[in-house]
Design a protein around this ligand. Structure first.
Ligand SMILES: NC(=O)c1ccc[n+]([C@@H]2O[C@H](COP(=O)([O-])OP(=O)(O)OC[C@H]3O[C@@H](n4cnc5c(N)ncnc54)[C@H](O)[C@@H]3O)[C@@H](O)[C@H]2O)c1
Length: 273
């Protein structure tokens, strides 16, 4: 199978987690993959592991200067871009945030802006600078939102707000590209709980605490397990390929059933009845 054969793909946040797994799968299915991130050593290692089909560039998604430099380099080297996966994101629980509370009463304006700068500005800048490299021949933009862009969550208000913005930004980009007949589709992904580094600060340090937290999280998931990066990467591949040619402005929810139901549902009948 070569579902994205000869396509040029750029993956933001491709140094680890969902981005790295998506880069591997896109390359396996025939694409040339440009991995961008701020974690340079990890990103270079992923590119090396993939082989000559992959290349790493340093790019902070919140920096317009970085976007301009990398897209110019892509233009000169490849002359085009077919797939753009705007995946890079932060939750506000990373070390940089030094355990500061991120609920609406306590989040600082600085933290609020920092989270939006990466999660929303990063996706906006990707679309703004990616479209010119795609519009002559068409392409697929895949934006990383979250189930947290669809429902609220008390402890991380900025993350939810930013992911909700990505959900609508995606539809507006989809409408714009359709209106101008660019042949560029733009869709959003809404994963639930996928076990990657982004969860590490929340899992606790001791093995006991980690096991308890994971068990707690799984109880809230109808399929009773956290997702894997590959569960998301397969949706990325589908949206990147021409198989999804009639999808634009759409949302794919990958969450083990979290968004399909409600914890306020009636309890199951007693098996003895
Ligand atoms: N894991 C989940 O449960 C889950 C659920 C819903 C959505 N998401 C989203 O999926 C995306 C990938 O997350 P992940 O779970 O693989 O986590 P991750 O932390 O492993 O990966 C995030 C990547 O983004 C990169 N990044 C962060 N800031 C950046 C910046 N300014 N410029 C460039 N790269 C930057 C990181 O270095 C890292 O490589 C994120 O947008 C996240 O919000 C994850």
């Amino acid at each position: 199978m070569a579902r994205v054969k000869d396509k040029i793909a750029l993956v933001t946040g491709g140094s680890r987690g969902i981005g790295a797994e998506s880069a591997r799968l896109l390359a396996k299915e025939g694409a040339t993959v440009l991995i961008v991130d701020i974690l340079n050593d990890l990103g270079r290692a992923v590119a090396e592991e993939i082989g000559p089909q992959a290349r790493y560039y340093h790019l902070d998604v919140s920096s317009e200067a970085d976007w301009m430099a990398v897209t110019e380099s892509v233009r000169q080297t490849y002359g085009r871009l077919d797939i753009l996966f705007n995946n890079a994101g932060i939750s506000g629980f990373e070390e940089d945030f030094a355990q500061r509370r991120q609920d609406v009463e306590h989040v600082s304006l600085e933290d609020w802006r920092k989270i939006h700068a990466v999660n929303v500005d990063g996706v906006f800048l990707g679309c703004k600078h990616g479209i010119p490299l795609m519009k002559a021949h068409g392409g697929s933009i895949i934006n990383m939102s979250s189930r947290s862009g669809m429902v609220g969550s008390a402890p991380n208000v900025a993350y939810c707000s930013s992911k909700s913005a990505v959900r609508n930004l995606t539809k507006s980009v989809a409408m714009y590209c359709a209106q101008y007949g660019y042949g560029i589709r733009c869709n959003s992904l809404h994963p639930g709980a996928i076990l990657t580094s982004i969860w590490e600060p929340l899992l606790g340090n001791s093995p006991e605490r980690r096991a308890e937290t994971l068990a707690f999280l799984k109880r809230g998931i109808p399929l009773n397990d956290m997702g894997r990066p590959s569960d998301v990467a397969h949706s990325v591949l589908y949206l990147a390929s021409d198989e999804s040619r009639y999808l634009t402005g759409a949302e794919i929810v990958i969450d083990g059933g979290i968004m399909a139901g409600s914890t306020a549902a009636p309890p199951p009948p007693d098996p003895a009845d």
